[in-house]
Design a binder for this molecule. Structure first.
Ligand SMILES: C=C(O[C@@H]1C=C(C(=O)O)C=C[C@H]1O)C(=O)O
Length: 164
């Protein structure tokens, strides 16, 4: 991985905040693609310690700068964890902006891959490709959220980063 990509992929603070900063005067926005109850993938259930085929809360978004998707993200949480959290009311507000305001927030180990996860291929525009992807579990109170992020070629193009 090149050093500039390492700065992105290995960062442990809010990705939203970093994207806003990198965008400079260009507007940042979260585009909500899908949110609701569904069956997580087997590897996602395992990462959260959920029984396979158990329904969970799923949220898919594109994190856009100047309307260009730079990152696509898919987050998963156990339904039992959601009580009182009102995550469904987030809408197009960033999950990270809310999570990183929680004083007890803990992030588990970060896993990164150069393989493009299925959700990234499914969510990214036809003219973009996935470059790096990563995931970790963010916990606050009784809530554990698996947050998975795919960095796209559009971001590399706009920031002048190498493809990997
Ligand atoms: C976890 C963060 O939140 C970002 C916002 C997301 C959302 O709104 O669904 C999903 C993944 C993120 O990259 C963050 O900013 O670090």
């Amino acid at each position: 991985m090149t050093a500039p990509w390492w700065q992105w992929v290995a960062s442990l603070d809010s990705l939203t905040a970093r994207l806003v900063a990198a965008g400079g005067s260009r507007p940042f926005r979260v585009r909500l693609l899908q949110q609701g109850v569904g069956v997580p993938r087997r590897d996602e259930a395992r990462a959260l310690g959920l029984a396979p085929r158990r329904l969970a809360w799923l949220r898919e978004v594109a994190l856009c700068v100047d309307e260009r998707p730079w990152v696509v993200a898919r987050s998963v949480a156990a339904l039992t964890d959601l009580q009182g959290q009102h995550l469904e009311r987030l809408g197009e507000r960033s999950l990270g902006s809310w999570l990183f305001r929680q004083p007890d927030l803990v992030r588990g180990p970060m896993f990164a891959t150069a393989q493009t996860p299925a959700f990234v291929s499914r969510l990214c525009a036809p003219d973009a490709t996935g470059l790096w992807a990563r995931r970790s579990v963010l916990s606050h109170g009784g809530l554990s959220l698996l947050v998975q992020e795919g960095f796209l070629s559009t971001m590399a193009d706009d920031l002048g980063l190498a493809t990997r």
